[in-house]
Design a protein around this ligand. Structure first.
Ligand code: UGA
Length: 429
């Protein structure tokens, strides 16, 4: 099927490459000409495991193409996925101006029937707005359908999440759109849930918020564990063995970050407010998330006694492993707080140093964890990259000024670190 994807960000590009790999002919467009030029030359402008290889392969097989022209992109496409950004505005609601602009462009360029699919995470009732905008600007009086097909792609895992999803949600208002979208996803083996458009929009917000609730819940439990002398890892294991709870998203840490959870939760709170419901539960989850970062900083203070003039080595900058994304990353907040108290920061991250360098000042970025450790009064583990689990602890210890590790992701066993001669603190144990 000929499909167009508007937006070449993480969601749009993964969607494009994966749809091409299941047999469709994809044309992807973006109004960022520099990005499109880069993609036309075969280069993916951000890090997502496996994506560069997939884009190269599908471009080589002529199933994936890029253009900077919206008209060209939608001309022969039966389905148009809208995957443009929906950034948070100061009040917490999503800025939908990119979605609106794109819809005006689609409406002006449509010459025959199309299904326009919201892929971006948008507030409930956006589908109605999109329909209205398309109708108002539908100069050629063309028949169209609007649909919602929320994405559930985790950064760092996006290709696998696309190819092997837990479910595919299709929010549609006509049988015609339903049949077309079922055909799009026919090669993927997953349950398909067909709903009305508003319910599909809500499923995305409700899913992300629920996962964030789980994280804040276990983080709150981790604080109680410390207060009473229990081990949060064991408590989480015990919870997770209950089939009704499951273990995923019960890892305690320095709190959730990224471009999705913080933004989507603010938007859901705002959306609920507008609809007349005070979503106190989510407000509290969000406050717990902020507090968790503060707890971590307090642990660093407790370990170092005074902060002024001390050097802390921050291991991990991305908001989670396997991505170079630092949006809403706990690391940024933690580093700035420590700097404000006179701490010198050294840092290492396998992928996110270039991005972090654009927003942080006075940080010494290092080539590896050992270079980082040199002269450090303490190491703070903020992101659980796999390579950190395999560190040569004796080598680290020899390089550091003092053998102190504050582990914000519980990647080590306390007994082993103690045996290796470290003063070690972690989350909730
Ligand atoms: C999230 C959802 O998991 C995806 O399903 C969704 O499609 C995506 O948002 C989106 O809305 O586009 P993502 O933000 O890439 O994906 O990352 P997650 O793996 O969900 O992690 C989010 C944050 O929670 C990270 O900072 C991570 O470190 C933190 N986290 C996660 C924990 O602190 N503990 C956990 O147990 C799990």
């Amino acid at each position: 099927m000929n499909i167009c994807v508007i937006g070449a960000g993480p969601v749009g590009l993964v969607t494009s490459a994966c749809l091409a790999s299941i047999g469709h002919k994809i044309i992807c467009t973006d109004d960022d000409r520099e990005k499109i030029n880069l993609l036309m030359s075969g280069k993916v402008p951000f890090y997502e495991p496996g994506l560069q290889e997939l884009v190269t392969k599908e471009m080589g097989e002529k199933k994936l193409d890029f253009t900077d022209s919206l008209e060209v992109a939608i001309k022969n496409s039966l389905v148009v996925f809208v995957a443009v950004g929906t950034p948070t505005q100061p009040e917490g609601d999503a800025d939908l101006s990119f979605v609106e602009n794109v819809c005006c462009g689609i409406a002006g360029a449509m010459k025959e029937y199309k299904v326009i699919v919201e892929k971006s995470t948008v507030p409930v009732k956006t589908g109605e707005r999109i329909s209205h905008t398309l109708e108002t600007n539908n100069v050629n009086r063309v028949d169209f359908d609007v649909a919602s097909n929320p994405e559930f792609l985790r950064e760092g895992n996006a290709i696998s999440d696309f190819m092997h999803p837990d479910r595919i949600v299709l929010g549609v208002a006509s049988k015609r759109a339903e049949d077309i979208l079922k055909e799009v996803y026919a090669p993927i083996n997953a349950p398909i849930l067909v709903t009305d458009i508003k319910s599909a929009e809500l499923i995305k917000h409700a899913s992300n918020s629920f996962l964030a609730l789980k994280i804040s819940y276990i983080n709150a439990v981790s604080v109680i564990c410390e207060l009473v002398g229990a081990d949060v890892e064991k408590v989480a294991e015990g919870l997770g063995l209950d089939k009704r709870i499951v273990k995923d998203f019960l890892n305690p840490g320095v709190g959730y970050g990224g471009s999705c959870f913080p933004k989507d939760i603010s938007a859901f709170i705002r959306m609920a407010d507008d609809a007349g419901y005070d979503f106190e539960l989510l407000k509290t989850a969000s406050a717990i998330n902020q507090r968790q970062r503060a707890f971590f900083i307090k642990k660093i203070k407790d370990a170092l006694w005074t902060l002024k003039g001390k050097t802390v080595g921050v291991l991990g900058l991305s908001f989670k492993p396997n991505t170079d994304d630092i949006r809403e990353a706990p690391s940024i907040y933690i580093i700035r707080e420590l700097q404000s108290e006179g701490v010198k920061i050294r840092s290492y991250d396998p992928a996110a140093m270039e991005n972090a360098g654009k927003v942080l000042e006075d940080v010494t970025f290092c080539n590896d964890p050992y270079e980082l450790s040199s002269g450090c009064d303490a190491l703070a583990i903020v992101t659980e990259w796999e390579e950190f689990r395999k560190l040569d602890l004796q080598r680290l210890k020899a390089l550091m000024k003092a053998p102190v590790i504050i582990d914000g992701r519980n990647i080590f066993e306390p007994s082993e670190l103690k045996k290796a001669g470290f003063r070690y603190s972690s989350i909730g144990r």
